[in-house]
Ligand binder design. Structure first.
Ligand code: 5GP
Length: 204
């Protein structure tokens, strides 16, 4: 039987750039893995492909998926539902494939409860000063709104205490490099390989 794959959960505060980092990992096939395609009720953006970026479904279909227990987790985000289909994730892990999930912090919390052996990676902004400068340079928000955002970011950043790794998204290339290093290290961590060695020792 194949060794189980790693469940890799990439999450972090809103606006930190999870989607961009995930796309870079997927596009460049940075390490061997399968991407878990989420189900959503939001409309596709230009260029997004059904079945590749998301499964774009109606509210009715999403509700059915919830009631039939098809989702590992789901969450509502800005009037739309997002959820992780359970069966494909389990199947890929059983086949020994690593599976990458890119989900919000609420979803990650629910996954951790069900699959505590997963590798939970928290993407962070470089620092609050940089976040402030980024928001200011965007020029679309008043100082009041910016301060509100910074306050929210302070709270969201502390969520990292429930994660295994914190990766700074200073540049996408750096973040991707760090995530690759984490995955490689996890594959050789003793807690993951010990069973294989136990079997080997027994056979000899
Ligand atoms: P977007 O609409 O920009 O693609 O995604 C909005 C938010 O939904 C992002 O924070 C993204 O990480 C999150 N998201 C995407 N798929 C899922 C999912 O299956 N479950 C949860 N909980 N969040 C998701």
């Amino acid at each position: 039987m194949a060794e189980k794959g790693l469940l890799l959960v990439l999450s972090g505060p809103s606006g930190v750039g999870k989607g961009t980092v995930k796309s870079a990992i997927v596009k460049n096939k940075v390490f061997p893995f399968e991407y878990s395609v989420s189900m959503t009720t939001r409309k596709p953006r230009p260029g997004e492909i059904n079945g590749k970026d998301y499964y774009f479904v109606t509210q009715e279909r999403f509700k059915q998926a919830i009631s039939q227990n098809e989702l590992l987790e789901y969450n509502q985000y800005v009037n739309n539902f997002y959820g992780t289909p359970k069966a494909p994730v389990k199947k890929m892990l059983d086949e020994g494939k690593d599976v990458l999930l890119e989900i919000d912090v609420n979803g990650a919390k629910k996954v951790r409860k069900q699959m505590p052996d997963g590798v939970f990676i928290f993407l962070t902004p470089p620092d609050l000063h940089t976040l402030h400068t980024r928001l200011e340079n965007r020029g679309t928000e008043s100082e009041d709104v910016i301060m509100g955002r910074i306050k929210q970011a302070r709270q969201e950043i502390l969520v990292m205490q429930d994660y295994d790794y914190a990766v700074v998204n200073d540049t996408v290339a750096n973040a991707v490099d760090h995530i690759k290093a984490i995955v490689e290290a996890e594959h050789v961590s003793v807690k993951r390989v010990i069973d294989t060695y136990r079997k080997m020792v027994k056979e000899d």
